[in-house]
Design a protein around this ligand. Structure first.
Ligand code: DHB
Ligand code: MG
Length: 210
């Protein structure tokens, strides 16, 4: 989206409160990679989760907890976000973010590599948001579909991956992972999906079959 239009959407619909602004500022202060989602993307996740009345969400890749706050705020008080983070420093900053947002009782940060943690989780999630390393995305796809309930939402960040999605010359493992995830989602008869061109692309899919 053109930058000015993104700003227009953000200022109308996705203004951050001081808590979100502080979490974002901390990414800079703590030298976290500047790859968290944008406020307009956060608001889209929030609306989608409210639309399906999600109570349980799985996130792969917590980073500093910014997306997690947008997600957890979409859940009812008894809801639960389970978010997986392999970097201990990121996990600790994410926990701090959830605590500051008053969401600690609604969020479980699981420290570990996603491919180690995913097999330990019980299926039945209302939504899965994949926003982690890109190389294993095909494996994250299969785990997400296994853990989603029928009628659940599959969400994945960076579907465009800075244009690498359409750059066949980019054969880096990350670019191949992104393209593999998109292809799997497009071809899977269990899923009705598309990519919303917000920020770096958000894949949105509805699981319609087991
Ligand atoms: C990058 C961006 C992301 O949003 C992400 O989840 C991972 C990597 C990047 O720009 O490299
Ligand atoms: Mg991302």
């Amino acid at each position: 989206m053109e930058e000015q239009l993104q700003l227009y959407v953000t200022e109308l619909f996705a203004v951050e409160d001081p808590i979100l602004a502080a979490i974002r500022a901390r990414h800079v202060a703590e030298n976290l990679p500047p790859i968290h989602i944008s406020p307009d993307e956060g608001k889209l996740l929030h609306v989608l989760l409210r639309a399906i009345e999600a109570t349980t969400v799985l996130e792969v890749g917590s980073l500093g907890g910014y997306s997690g706050v947008w997600i957890a705020r979409a859940l009812p008080p008894h809801g639960r976000l389970t978010t997986i983070e392999k970097d201990p420093r990121h996990a600790s900053l994410a926990r701090r973010a959830f605590s500051e947002a008053g969401l600690s009782n609604r969020v479980r940060v699981v420290e570990g590599a996603a491919l180690d943690v995913l097999p330990t989780l019980a299926p039945g999630f209302d939504a899965v948001f994949v926003d982690a390393d890109k190389e294993p995305l095909a494996q994250y796809y299969e785990w997400s579909m296994r853990l989603l309930r029928p009628g659940g939402l599959l969400l994945c960040d960076n579907s465009f991956f800075h244009g690498a999605a359409v750059d066949a010359a980019d054969v880096t493992p990350a670019a191949q992972g992104v393209r593999a995830f998109n292809k799997l989602a497009a071809a899977d008869p269990r899923l009705v999906a598309t990519i919303v061109p917000v920020r770096d692309g958000l894949l949105v899919g509805l699981k319609v079959g087991e």
